[in-house]
Ligand binder design. Structure first.
Ligand code: ZN
Length: 572
């Protein structure tokens, strides 16, 4: 007796999962010939029901939606729909389908026990020639783009009986996406997950339609929008109940992928939507940390509530579609989840999804260092609780990207940030933009306000951390320390540096320190490298941050901090 395993072919694997879902074994390897027989009976019962064939109901599922999976199958072929009455036609089609399925079942059973000289092109199984079938795209979606053309001019592709049989169960794993209504299924080697989807959204829904005497349809009643939105919605819904199994999905050799497809004769396509392991790990960790925060995160981000008016619905659909797409590609989402309540009186700003969810997403998916997250969380809380919070929030919201550095520098000046924290937030060669830092600060602030309103405690995610300086920061400290000791008029010099508006002017200020013996020439070339204006501005910011902190008692009264001209800020 040989065993059944995953094939790696998404369409066949989805069929295998649907077979397991209806016979209820624990592992694929446990499937026997009796299980296949039982599954075949169930498939017949559903696909040959009056409600599938369009008898006494509005439409024929077999000839419409199902034909997008298997065009020209036994259920579609017009020559099979012969007869005087609808019942007679249906009976004819039933007959043809039963024969074909029985044929596949026999070959599947042989493939299960006998070896041979033929190799299945899908799963690689060696079987006797008699157990193989030549399938074409009417039986196996997307086998070829051009009908009748296959390798070596063969009639089709040679597959084993098991693969041909399994793929017949594909409809029992397929759903539609919300709003866009495309066909899709999830390809995962985490059997429980694939089985649960097949049970819950396919077998059960088809059975319900038959019981209610309604036309069969692929499930599409999601309260969400878009392709990525539906995939994530299903995962989050399942995670609520199958957390352990879903948590393990990322341990399997093949990554979990959603396939959007149509095998329609005119416009066939398949589009894989890979689900990054980091995202699964993030969702699982969030759920472990707080069931409530997990619910809030996905419902506020993915749910399309009922009862919205047309305009609200349109806006919400756009939001859900984009945020879901960004989640799947691991992009930044925090900026678009800040709701400032624009134009609506008395509505306080909000962070959709909650801080706990966003902080974990930043850490697990965006790979933001813990130290950075800790600083932003602490700083955001300080701003939120400050006496002039309102003014500061406005300032953060309104400031242009290029001027954000100056705001962060001012935080150092005012004692809200230490110079090494400034450096940690905006390190050289960082790929986090200053605008994302601003969004994170606002997120913390909005969440804190929200908690205050509801009388809840702010969900703090990070602990205080000690920072370890790198080479660049050490050099800045060394240079700054010497300046503090040796410059005769430190206050004036700092004032000149912070208001210097051009690269030439900054160099001039540095040179004046060199002249007075407070800066070495190599320090000068380190701070003002030729031909790298951006780096020069960045190093100036670090040096200012150090001086603001170290020479606090002698700082000039001048508050303004010059920022680089447009050309130099492009990448800030
Ligand atoms: Zn095979």
């Amino acid at each position: 007796m040989r065993q059944i395993n995953w094939t790696g072919h998404p369409f066949v694997d989805a069929g295998l999962a649907a077979i397991v879902a209806i016979v209820g074994v624990k592992r694929l390897e446990d499937l026997t010939a009796e299980h296949l027989e039982k599954a075949a009976k169930e498939l017949e019962r559903i696909l040959l029901s009056d409600q599938a064939l369009g008898i006494g109901v509005e439409k024929a599922f077999a000839k419409s939606a199902l034909s997008q999976l298997f065009p020209n199958s036994e259920l579609v072929n017009p020559s099979h729909w012969k007869g005087q009455t609808p019942e007679a036609k249906a009976e004819n089609v039933r007959q043809k389908f039963r024969e074909a399925l029985k044929h596949d079942l026999e070959k599947a059973k042989i493939s299960l026990v006998q070896s041979g000289d033929a190799t299945c092109l899908v799963c690689g199984r060696k079987v006797p020639d008699t157990a193989t079938t030549f399938v074409r795209k009417d039986k196996m979606p997307l086998l070829a783009g051009i009908v009748n053309f296959y390798p070596a001019f063969a009639y089709g592709v040679q597959v084993c009986g098991l693969c041909a049989f399994a793929v017949r169960f594909l409809p029992m794993s397929v759903m539609r996406t919300g709003v866009s209504n495309r066909l899709w299924f999830l390809h995962t080697q985490a059997l429980e997950v694939a089985v649960e989807i097949s049970k819950r959204y396919c077998w059960t829904k088809f059975n319900e339609a038959i019981a209610a005497n309604e036309t069969l349809e692929f499930y599409n009643r999601w309260q969400t929008a878009g392709d990525a939105g539906t995939v994530l919605y299903v995962l989050c819904e399942l995670l609520g109940e199958l957390s352990d199994q879903l948590r393990e999905a990322y341990l399997h050799p093949l990554p979990t992928t959603a396939y959007l497809f149509s095998n329609d004769n005119r416009n066939p396509y398949v589009q894989p939507l890979p689900i990054p392991n980091e995202l699964l790990i993030f969702l699982a960790k969030l759920q472990l940390k707080s069931q409530r925060a997990f619910q809030r995160f996905w419902q506020e981000l993915l749910l399309l509530p009922e009862g919205l008016n047309e305009k609200e619905r349109k806006t919400r659909i756009g939001f859900v579609q984009i945020v879901a797409q960004r989640l799947l590609s691991g992009e930044s989402i925090i900026g678009m989840c800040l709701d400032e309540g624009n134009g609506q009186e008395n509505r306080p700003p909000r962070l959709w999804g909650g801080w706990l969810g966003h902080a974990l997403y930043l850490r697990e998916v965006r790979k933001m260092p813990e130290s950075k997250l800790a600083i932003l969380e602490r700083l955001g809380l300080s701003i939120a609780q400050s006496a002039d919070a309102k003014k500061r929030i406005m300032e953060l919201r309104k400031t242009e990207r290029g001027d954000l550095y100056a705001i962060f520098l001012r935080y150092v000046r005012e004692g809200w940030l230490k110079h090494d924290e400034f450096y940690t937030l905006l390190p050289p060669n960082s790929d986090t933009h200053a605008s994302e830092l601003r969004d994170i600060l606002l997120a913390v602030i909005y969440e804190w306000q929200h908690c205050q309103e509801k009388g809840e405690e702010f969900p703090k995610v990070t602990e205080e951390m000690s920072l370890s300086p790198d080479e660049t920061l050490n050099r800045i400290r060394q240079i700054g320390g010497k300046l503090c000791q040796e410059l005769p008029n430190l206050t004036r010099w700092i004032g000149q540096l912070q208001t210097a508006r051009s690269g030439e002017r900054i160099r001039g200020v540095y040179l004046s320190a060199v002249q007075r013996g407070a800066m070495s020439f190599s320090d000068f070339t380190f701070l003002a490298p030729l031909g790298d204006r951006q780096k020069m501005w960045l190093l100036r910011d670090y040096l200012l941050a150090f001086l603001f902190e170290r020479a606090r008692e002698v700082l000039p009264e001048e508050e303004e901090i010059a920022v680089p001209e447009e050309a130099a800020i492009e990448n800030l």
